[in-house]
Design a protein around this ligand. Structure first.
Ligand SMILES: Nc1ncnc2c1ncn2[C@@H]1O[C@H](COP(=O)(O)OP(=O)(O)OP(=O)(O)O)[C@@H](O)[C@H]1O
Ligand code: SF4
Ligand SMILES: [Mg+2]
Length: 378
């Protein structure tokens, strides 16, 4: 996300004074909201994304305009306290989905519901609160931080925007630095004085500053070395356990997504093509695209025979293929694939796939999954 976009995200309308006391606001004497196991067990869907469609206008030269289909009928749920991974090749619409969820861009159609309430129907005040509840961790830890602000100031910034006093924000910034495995003394450092991993920890601390419930991590570890990646991923999982966080975890790296996610949404050219539990996806991928993606990267299990590889170029999102958007690269393509868009069906309990090769299980057992909110219309 661009810095300007972040500032627009943080610098919401004039902040209202927060009249709740510190313990209530941050949820616990140590300054962090905590959830009991019962809370998590009783909870259900925190975020429901339903049929989100977004087309971006682009200029094709003199008086020629076209539209990029970046999100086309995207639906998924995220249950409270869980992680949903969003995976797919570059340009498939992962960041667009994140920006739509965070309200940074408006969808052409479709809804984003937080705790069962369509965000479009919320009052201004409640929308402002919602901006605290949903935070983002950026891809590039360096450019996401203002080089002229000390680490302490960067972490305190969103709290100050939301009306927290200077001393309280400073105190909480020190707590957050500890929480992400840094020393409170790091508050006086500037971004260029820190390593990539430390900077990403600062970004995570800043994302947690307003005590969010949903954290959207968009390629949050992609810019880091493998060993540092592992540390930051472990930090994210520890924080999730400790704070009851819910993650929308975006990455093009399937192995990272598997490590982090309870459920995985696979996207191709702006559409969801498969959605199921993480283990199920890696053990039994159904969609030819997912199989090819897995075949291309190689799994974590060296004994697993390599799958089919992903061939060919991604078609233009300005003029995507008719019917199934994957058909130009699909080894299994049939005539119907050019004619009809495959609906998202559930051939196995809790396992959704949009492909004409699969039929709906006629009598699925009661699905305990975070099922997509709707099946896509053919
Ligand atoms: N503001 C915009 N104007 C025009 N097209 C856009 C805009 N933002 C995104 N797109 C296009 O929408 C499509 C989806 O982009 P998006 O950034 O969501 O992909 P992504 O999956 O996050 O890719 P990456 O893995 O490279 O980050 C791309 O074709 C992109 O070029
Ligand atoms: S719908 Fe057809 S083209 Fe698309 S993935 Fe399935 S078999 Fe391949
Ligand atoms: Mg992206």
């Amino acid at each position: 996300m661009m810095m300007g976009e972040y500032l627009a995200f943080a610098a919401v309308q004039a902040p209202e004074p927060d009249t709740r006391d510190v313990a209530t606001r941050w949820g616990s004497p140590t300054g962090f909201r905590t959830y009991s196991p019962q809370d998590v067990a009783q909870s259900d869907v925190l975020l429901r994304v339903q049929d989100l469609t977004k087309r971006f206008p682009v200029s094709l030269g003199f008086r020629k305009k076209a539209y990029v289909s970046a999100s086309d009928g995207v639906s998924f749920d995220i249950k409270r306290g869980t992680t949903v991974g969003i995976v797919g090749e570059s340009g498939c619409g992962k960041s667009t989905a994140a920006r739509l969820v965070l309200g940074l861009i408006e969808p052409d159609s479709g809804t984003v519901a937080f705790e069962g309430v369509d965000v479009k129907t919320l009052s201004r005040g409640r929308r402002r609160e919602l901006r605290r509840d949903m935070q983002m961790v950026f891809q590039d830890p360096y450019s996401a931080l203002n080089p002229r602000m000390s680490v302490g100031e960067s972490i305190a910034f969103p709290m100050r925007v939301h009306g927290t006093s200077r001393s309280e924000a400073r105190e909480r910034a020190a707590l957050l630095l500890r929480q992400v495995g840094l020393h409170p003394n790091h508050a006086s450092y500037y971004p260029h004085q820190m390593s990539g991993g430390q900077r990403q920890r600062v970004n995570i601390a800043r994302a947690l500053a307003l005590n969010p419930r949903l954290v959207v991590a968009d390629e949050a570890v992609s810019a880091l070395d493998k060993s540092v990646q592992a540390q930051v991923l472990n930090l994210l999982t520890d924080l999730q356990e400790e704070l009851g966080l819910t993650y929308m975890f975006i990455s093009h790296d399937l192995n990272v997504v598997q490590y982090m996610s309870d459920r995985v949404v696979v996207m191709y050219l702006g559409q969801v093509v498969e959605e199921c539990a993480s283990d199920e996806l890696y053990e039994r991928p159904l969609h030819p695209y997912t199989q090819a993606l897995l075949g291309s990267v190689g799994g974590l299990d060296p004994d697993q025979p390599p799958g089919p590889r992903l061939e060919g170029e991604i078609p233009s999102p300005i003029d995507p293929p008719s019917g199934c958007r994957f058909r130009t690269r699909c080894p299994e393509a049939m005539p119907i694939c050019a004619e009809q868009r495959p609906a998202l069906r559930q051939p196995r309990e809790g396992h959704f796939v949009a492909c004409h090769l699969f039929e709906e299980d006629p009598a699925p057992a009661s699905s305990g999954s975070a099922a997509p909110a709707t099946a896509l219309a053919v």
